[in-house]
Write a protein that binds this ligand. Structure first.
Ligand code: ZN
Length: 248
């Protein structure tokens, strides 16, 4: 293989390794993902229950002040009862008293059921908080383990940056620029392996394809790359084509 093409292949591998290492450094590591998701879900449940507890408490306060208001009115009406002079006024006042009593009963009933809801939610919340302790503890332990792994990964990132710089040094500037241009378009890799199409039992000439976009690669291009290490871009996706060396 042309030394430049071989270097570009190495460069590509180093860049992909770097990306993996950076993801490990800044993202949630795979081995922590499950616990991370569980932790987040349980935390969300607790947050939601806390809101329900607050809602029930607030609604209960509203119902209790409705009881107090209605009791206040009832007291007022009862004091007026001795002052009425006509039968009509008396009848109207009695009706007001009945309404106030019904309001008191309804609001008391509501306040009671809100109290039950409050206590029920509160109980559920303490149970969730209790069982969350275990998840939280395991989560914190894994976080600590992850923190412990970070320095080694950070060092790997550092080394890969150095290696990438060294590989770029070895290549002509124009080729590095070309590589970077292609990589802007294809962040997952500016290179594509040429793949021989497997057609069991088929007759006729063999066919090669770009492994990234599947576009056909002419046989003489394959020969040029194999024999001269020519830098050829795929006609369709423009990635630099290479042939995987057969294992020795
Ligand atoms: Zn292609």
């Amino acid at each position: 293989m042309n030394p430049n093409l071989a270097t570009v292949v190495e460069l590509q591998q180093a860049i992909l390794h770097l990306r993996g290492a950076e993801q490990r450094l800044h993202g949630i590591p795979d081995w922590m993902r499950e616990l991370h998701d569980e932790h987040a879900a349980r935390k969300a449940e607790i947050d939601e229950l806390e809101l329900s507890v607050e809602d029930a408490a607030r609604e209960r306060r509203t119902a209790e002040s409705a009881v107090a208001d209605a009791q206040e009115k009832l007291k007022k009406y009862q004091q007026q009862i001795n002052k009425v002079s006509t039968q009509r006024e008396y009848g109207a006042l009695l009706q007001e008293i009945d309404t106030a009593k019904a309001q008191i009963a309804a609001s008391e009933e509501q306040a009671l059921s809100l109290l039950e809801r409050f206590e029920q939610t509160q109980k559920e919340l303490s149970e969730k908080r209790e069982s969350f302790k275990d998840v939280e503890e395991r989560y914190n332990a894994e976080l600590a383990r992850w923190e412990g792994e970070k320095p080694a990964v950070a060092e790997q990132v550092e080394q890969l940056h150095g290696r990438i710089a060294a590989l770029k040094e070895r290549l002509p500037k124009g080729l590095v620029a070309q590589y970077e241009r292609i990589r802007e378009r294809h962040p997952n890799g500016a290179l594509a392996r040429i793949r021989l199409l497997e057609r069991p039992g088929a007759r006729g000439p063999r066919e090669w394809h770009c492994s990234a976009c599947n576009y056909r690669v002419r046989p003489q291009v394959v020969v040029e790359i194999k024999n001269n290490g020519s830098l050829v871009q795929c006609d369709s996706c423009k990635r630099i084509l290479y042939v995987e060396e057969a294992p020795a």
